[in-house]
Design a protein around this ligand. Structure first.
Ligand code: CA
Ligand code: CA
Ligand code: CA
Ligand code: CA
Length: 277
């Protein structure tokens, strides 16, 4: 559970709370078993959280926490978007600045808007994870990007130096707004991943794209090399604004994908839609 607008010494440092089960009744942050505290004002740590994997391979579950800041539209010059890998076990108040890995995003973006465990994509036996930066703007072209980060990462690093990047292709694609594990779609023994681009082909069709990747790779992975694409068909629906994958919902042995389109029906009092592939 997280509170990205939680205040500590200043404004919006953000906090993430760990509650141990069984969780019953009314609990407050004071009841948390552990608190992960954001390190700088306006960092908004906890805007995204993904847990339960063991990315550093020590046998303890770890957690990934995104602190994207306020985004490239209203950037705070004192904030660099940051993603933290915090190693378990967890107890008491832990400062995110002393995490096992501190991954610095491009200042012209909002890395950590989304995070997700990916499974072992590069085949080294450790779980890897995804980081979305839908605000990423290079040369004023807000195309967004997602990153696949190896679970073995440690220390303070620029995310660009340690990750495979899935770049957006056109203005306001929102690539990386949602990221999700895909399971092993092509059956080659390594996990694949989904990357959502809810603004792709904006504004004419607002077609969302989710693309998978297989096996180890480095550098940029272009959308042309996608294993599969799940396009939206409804304008402005924000198709692929949320994603969940990797599980076999219909029991046919193949991992499936759920795509959220939270703005489907916009203008006609619709309440969004979800699609199962
Ligand atoms: Ca661990
Ligand atoms: Ca791996
Ligand atoms: Ca695969
Ligand atoms: Ca299935």
């Amino acid at each position: 559970m997280s509170a990205p607008w939680a205040n500590a010494a200043g404004w919006y440092e953000g906090e993430v709370y760990l509650f141990l089960g069984p969780v019953v009744g009314t609990l407050t942050p004071a009841d948390a078993h552990a608190v992960l505290a954001g390190e700088f004002e306006d960092g908004r740590a906890g805007a995204s959280v993904a847990g339960a994997g063991d990315v550093d391979g020590d046998g303890n579950p770890d957690v990934i926490v995104g602190a994207p800041g306020s985004g490239s539209l209203y950037p705070d010059p004192g904030v660099q978007p940051t993603v933290y890998v915090v190693s378990g076990p967890f107890s008491g108040t832990m400062q995110l600045g002393s995490a096992t890995a501190v991954l610095l995003g491009d200042p012209n973006g909002a890395a950590g808007t989304s995070v997700a465990l990916a499974g072992d994509v590069d085949g080294d036996g450790r779980d890897d994870f995804l980081v979305g930066d839908p605000d990423l703007s290079v040369d004023h072209s807000e195309k967004g990007a997602a990153y696949l980060v190896p679970g073995s990462v440690s220390g303070t690093r620029d995310i660009e130096d340690v990750a495979v990047r899935f770049p957006g292709t056109s203005l306001w694609d929102g690539t990386g707004y949602a990221v999700a594990p895909a399971g092993d779609l092509d059956g080659d023994g390594t996990a694949d991943v989904w990357v959502g681009a809810p603004g792709a082909e904006w504004p004419s069709a607002s077609v969302g794209v989710a693309w998978g990747m297989s096996g180890a790779s480095t550098g940029d992975v272009p959308v042309e090399s996608a294993l599969a694409i799940a396009p939206g068909g409804v304008a402005y629906s924000s198709h692929a604004g949320s994603l969940a994958g990797g599980a076999d919902v219909d029991g046919d042995g193949q991992p499936d994908l759920v795509v959220g389109a939270p703005n489907a029906g916009y203008g006609s009092l619709g309440g969004g839609a979800a699609y199962l592939y």
